[in-house]
Every structure is written in C-alpha cells, then in structure tokens.
Design a protein around this ligand. Structure first.
Ligand code: CO
Length: 214
C-alpha cells in the first residue's frame, strides 16, 4: 500500500484535470492575478483549512495561519501579510478565525512547558490575565476552555484594529471590516462572535492613532 505522501502528486494531477474539466480556462484565468476580498488569519491546525470550510475557491482568500491565530505586533510575517492584503490587494474584510479545541489555547491555560512555543503561547496568557475573572467564574472546565478560545479571538481582532496598517487604511477612507469567528471541530459550524470593527471610533481612546494627512 502506498503511503499518504506518495499519493500526493498523483492527487494533484487528478485535481488539475478535474478543474480543467469544469473550466478549461481555470488556471489561465488565475495566473493573471489575484483580487481576494478576504484576508483570513487562522490557526495552523490541520483540521481548519481556510478555503474549504467556507466554500471559497482559489483566488478568493488571502491566508495567514499560525499557532492559535495570533496577531502579535512584532510579528513581521503577520505584518507583511496584513500590509500586502490591505494596501496592495485592498481586501474588504479581515477574519480572525479561531477554533474550539485549539491545542495552543489549551496549552496556554496550563503550566506544562512545551518547548520554544511557550514564548509564543505566552501572548495567550495575557488574554487570560485580562479576562481571568470571567474565566475563573466558569466552573466547567470545557466551557471555560471554549470561552477562552472565543476571548482569544476577540483580543486578536482588537490587536488587528490597533495596528498602524488597519488604522491608516481607515484614516484613508478605505472600506475594511475586522471580524472574529470560531470554528467548531465537532460540527464544522462557524460561530460569528460579532466583534466587528469598521473604524477608529470602535477602539478605546488610547489606541487611536492620528495620521498627518497634509
Ligand atoms: Co488551534
């Protein structure tokens, strides 16, 4: 029996043929350029494939994934993706999509060292610290974990809006919405946390940047 790996290139050939059968121009059209309306910031978890779970085709979603879908202000990778998506591709929406059962969020709830990733997950411990009262009032451990996943997404939505990139786009009158979602591994359903941000006024005063527009 062939290994999973050894089938991958054959799978690719089959996929190419299927696309061409549906639309002979498929690859030619895509090769001309991309104009995705959405930037997706999701977890690296293999069970949460961005395009597939929202029925999006190639060319429709610009994707950045990392462990526990974090927006860290010094992460050049994330900032570069965000800058390109907002200022070059002019996406209309940025979606932070977390997921229930997230191993990164779970690890951040505990005290066990899991290696270098401790330093990445530490950002999530800040989310816990900000919401410790609410979280510790939830007696059921799995309900607390679910809520922590949601709060982590809500914080990343705020972090995104606080970037100079998003704020400059808003100051320039660019239409850009920031949204927070959570995907359910058990049922495949996405919950919209309805934490939509559309302009600087949606932020607390201290985070609002002023730009010299002269
Ligand atoms: Co995860």
């Amino acid at each position: 029996m062939k290994s999973f790996y050894s089938n991958l290139l054959d799978n690719n050939k089959r996929w190419v043929q299927e696309r061409i059968d549906l639309n002979p121009e498929f690859f030619e059209e895509l090769s001309k350029g991309q104009k995705p309306p959405v930037l997706w910031i999701g977890c690296a978890d293999s069970r949460v494939p961005a395009n597939e779970i929202i029925g999006a085709k190639p060319g429709e979603v610009f994707v950045h994934r990392n462990i526990a879908n974090l927006v860290v202000h010094t992460d050049m990778n994330m900032l570069s993706v965000l800058d390109y998506a907002v200022n070059v591709l002019k996406v209309r929406h940025v979606i932070v999509c977390g997921h229930y059962g997230c191993g990164g969020v779970f690890a951040a709830m505990g005290n066990t060292s899991v290696g270098i990733i401790d330093n990445w997950l530490r950002h999530i411990k800040d989310v816990y610290r900000h919401h410790a009262k609410e979280l510790e009032n939830i007696a059921d451990k799995s309900a607390r974990f679910d809520r922590f996943v949601e709060l982590n997404v809500e914080e990343q939505v705020q972090d995104l809006a606080q970037t100079s990139i998003v704020q400059a786009a808003w100051a320039n009158g660019q239409e850009l919405g920031i949204h927070g979602w959570v995907y359910g591994l058990r049922d495949g359903i996405i919950k919209d946390l309805e934490t939509n941000l559309y302009n600087n006024e949606d932020l607390e005063q201290v985070f609002r940047l002023k730009f010299d527009t002269e």
